[in-house]
Design a protein around this ligand. Sequence first.
Ligand code: NAG
Ligand code: NAG
Ligand code: NAG
Length: 503
Amino acid sequence: MNVVCISASRPGPIRAVLFSLGTVLIFLVTYVYWQPPNIALPSEGNIDDKSLVERQIQFWKALHPLLELHSPACATPRRQGSSGAIGFNAIDGSARPDVISMPVEDMRKMQQAHTTFLEDIRNSSALKSVHNPNTRGLVSTAGGSYLPVFVISLRMLRRTGSTLPVEVFLKGPDEYERSICEGVLPSMDARCIVLSDILGVVDSEVEIAHYQLKIFAILFSSFEDVIWLDADCFPLYKPELLFNSDPFKSRGMITWPDYWASTASPLYYNISSQSVPPMTLRASSETGEIMISKKNHQLTMLLSAYYNYYGPSHYFMLLSQGAPGEGDKETFIQAASAVDEPFYTTSERVAPIGHPKPEGGLSGSAMVQSDPIEDYLLTSHDMWRVRNESVAKAPRAFFIHAHYPKFNPATVFGYSWETTPTVKPDGGDGRAWIVPEGTIKRFGYDVEDYYWKEIEWVSCHLEDKFRSWEGREGICLRVQSYRDNVFNYPESNDLLGIDFEEG
Ligand SMILES: *[C@@H]1O[C@H](CO)[C@@H](O)[C@H](O)[C@H]1NC(C)=O
Ligand SMILES: *[C@@H]1O[C@H](CO)[C@@H](O)[C@H](O)[C@H]1NC(C)=O
Ligand SMILES: *[C@@H]1O[C@H](CO)[C@@H](O)[C@H](O)[C@H]1NC(C)=O
C-alpha cells in the first residue's frame, strides 16, 4: 500500500527530517494495522474480502423481505403545487407548507407499515451490521463521468495527509472500470465495490438507482465509522480530526445544512409518530457529506433505507414537498429523529462561492461547509451564528462541494454551464472561486490552486484510462494551458489581494 504524501509547503532541513520521520511512522502504523486482503486482486473486479461479501449478502437477504413486507400499501400521495424554495430562517419560520393530500385510510396504512417495519427491525436478530469492528473509512459512489471527478477528490483527500481507507460503490458491472479500479485506486488505498453484486442476489421489483445508492453504500461498506463524501466533494483538512472529537464522539452522526428550510409534510410526522417541529429548528440537509457511526445508528440507517426504497413512490415527496433537490437528502436526519438516535446538524450556514454576476449577486459553482468541531464549540455555548452572525467568528471551512458544474476536465471549460466557472468576463481563463471574499478567506489556504494541480495530475496521468474520456483528445493540454494562464501568471489573475486566515 502506498501512502501518498504531498507536502504543502517547502520544508526546511529540520522540517524535512521531521517530515520523513512522520512519513515512516505513518507507514509503520498503517503497515501494522492494515490487514492485507487475503486473496490477490479479484479477477471479476469486485471486492477481495470473502467474508465481507458473505455478510453483505446475508444482510440484504434479511433486510429485503422486511422492506417488501412493510410496503406502504397505498397509492402515491398527491401533491398539489410545491413548497418551492423556502430559505432557512432560524428566527422567523414561515408556515409549514402542506401541499400533499392523502385519503385518511392511506395515511393509516402508511403509519401502520412504518410502525411495524420499525418493530421488525428492532426485533430482528438476522440484521447484523456488516462492518468490521473498530474501522473507519470514507465511502463514495462514482459511476461513468463521475469517476474522474472522484479520483480528483481522492487526490485532494490524500493531499490533506489523510490515510483513511476508501470504498467507492458502483451501481453495476457496466460502471466497473478495471483500469481505474485495479490499476489506479489500490495505490491510493481505495477500492471499488459493485453494488449489484449484493443487491442482485434477490429478485426485486424496486430498482435502487441514482441518489438512493448513498444509504445502501453506507450500509454495505465495511467500515464501522463512515464519512460519506459525494464524488465532487473534498475536505480541506484530514477528516480523521472529525472522528476524534465532539460532536462525532458523543453523537456518532453529523450532517451539514442546505440553503433551504426543512419542508416535510405534516402528514409525514403523523406517519412516523412524531410531533411537527417548528420550521426554525434546523435547515434541510445538504448530503454531499455525512458522518455516521454504524455501531449505534443501526435503526437510523435501516429506516433511512426504508425511506429510500419507497422514496420515489412515497417518501421523497412527503419529506420535501417539491423543495429544491428533493430526493434522498432528508431521509437521514428524519430517520434518526424518528428512531431517537443521537445526531448533530452542523448549524453554520452553507456558503456559495463563485463569480460575481454583472447585475449583482453571485453565480455559485461550489458550496462550502464548515468544521463541525468549531461549530459545536459555539452552539454548545449557546452561540448561534445562524441567528446572529455577530456573536462569533465563522468556523473554518472544512469541505468544498464543487457541484455545478462538476470539475471534470473533459467538460468543465467554456460556456456550457450557466456558472461558467473557468471563464473570465473577457472570455479568457480565470479562477472559479473569487467571491465572497470572506468565505474564500475561511479556506485558510489557496485550495483552488491545489485543486487544479490535482485536476492536472489526473488529466495528464489518466487521460487514456477513463471510459467516459474515450475518444476525447487534449484534456491534459487544455488543463495545462488553463493552469498556466490562471495560476502561473498571478499578475493577470491574482487572488484579488485575499489573505488567507491561518488554517
Ligand atoms: C417485538 O418484540 C416485542 C417485545 O420485545 C414484542 O412485544 C413485539 O410483539 C415484537 N414484534 C414483532 C413484530 O415481532
Ligand atoms: C394522525 O392522523 C390521524 C387521522 O387524521 C389522527 O387520527 C391521528 O391522531 C394522527 N396522529 C398523530 C400522531 O398526529
Ligand atoms: C448580535 O450579537 C451582537 C454581539 O453579541 C450583539 O451586540 C447584538 O445586540 C446582537 N443582535 C441582536 C439582534 O440580537
